[in-house]
Design a protein around this ligand. Structure first.
Ligand SMILES: Nc1ncnc2c1ncn2[C@@H]1O[C@H](COP(=O)(O)OP(=O)(O)OP(=O)(O)O)[C@@H](O)[C@H]1O
Length: 240
């Protein structure tokens, strides 16, 4: 479970990237985080994962405060960053084992986990090649496999579908649904409104770091009868 309470982040003493934002992601939920460019999505995700420190407010993951108990909180998190370009000199298999070592996952357990994900993504044959030779989509897929090596409860994904081919995007969306249905939570940012519409139990729409809407899509659509999510999103974010 994610609790994000009254969190604010100011850059350079002037820019409020996240402004008194609060939301909750419950077990069993997929929550889509949507908002225009520069609205504060990545900043929020970096605070959730402990990469950035908030200026005020409280953030907890499965009951562990990200500042006071960072290791406990981070053990529950599987995080996919918005750029998969890291550790590129390692081979795919070396990278997965490196992450498995960090989380102290026994080798037979980690192998079973990443083999399943890599098979679903059609990545198994590339694991012995350096990641420098991977396409953007292949790098994205190896990041997903690595993020799941320690079987985290809470998935936090920053624009995870960018660069994935249709089959891989289909598999990742199915994995997100399976993970939530197993009683875990998935929080992801996206600009693809159709994905949010089809996949999410709840959406949070932000602009200038403030929440404009937090709730189910059914509720949002019933407040705006006859309009597509795209129309509703544009009206909400342009009227602010
Ligand atoms: N390290 C930083 N220093 C200064 N300003 C920053 C920093 N990181 C982000 N910002 C600013 O904070 C605001 C929110 O940025 P953020 O990356 O969180 O937006 P976003 O919603 O993820 O955008 P996008 O959809 O384009 O990825 C922007 O105005 C951005 O310029």
């Amino acid at each position: 479970m994610i609790k994000f309470n009254n969190v604010t982040k100011v850059f350079n003493n002037t820019l409020k990237a996240v402004d008194d934002l609060s939301f909750t992601v419950n077990k069993g939920e997929i929550v889509g985080f949507i908002g225009p460019n520069g609205s504060g999505k990545t900043t929020t995700i970096k605070m959730l994962t402990g990469i950035l420190s908030s200026d005020s407010g409280e953030i907890s993951i499965n009951g562990h405060d990200i500042k006071r108990e960072p290791l406990e909180a981070k053990k529950s998190i599987g995080y996919i960053a918005d750029s998969p370009d890291m550790f590129l000199r390692l081979k795919g298999i070396e990278f997965l084992n490196f992450i498995g070592d960090i989380y102290k996952v026994p080798s037979d357990v980690r192998k079973k986990r990443f083999t399943e994900v890599c098979d679903r993504f059609g990545l198994t044959d590339s694991l012995n090649a350096p990641m420098l030779s991977y396409s953007h989509g292949m790098r994205q897929k190896i990041m997903v496999a690595a993020a799941l090596v320690h079987n985290p409860d809470v998935w936090i994904l920053d624009e995870p579908l960018i660069g994935l081919d249709p089959k891989s995007a289909f598999e990742l969306k199915a994995m997100m649904r399976e993970h939530a249905d197993a009683g875990n939570c998935v929080f992801f940012s996206t600009h693809i409104l159709e994905v949010a519409e089809k996949l999410c139990d709840k959406v949070i729409i932000i602009k200038k770091g403030k929440s404009l809407y937090d709730g189910t899509l059914d509720n949002l659509c019933s407040q705006n009868t006859g309009k597509s999510l795209e129309q509703i999103f544009l009206e909400l974010t342009e009227n602010e």
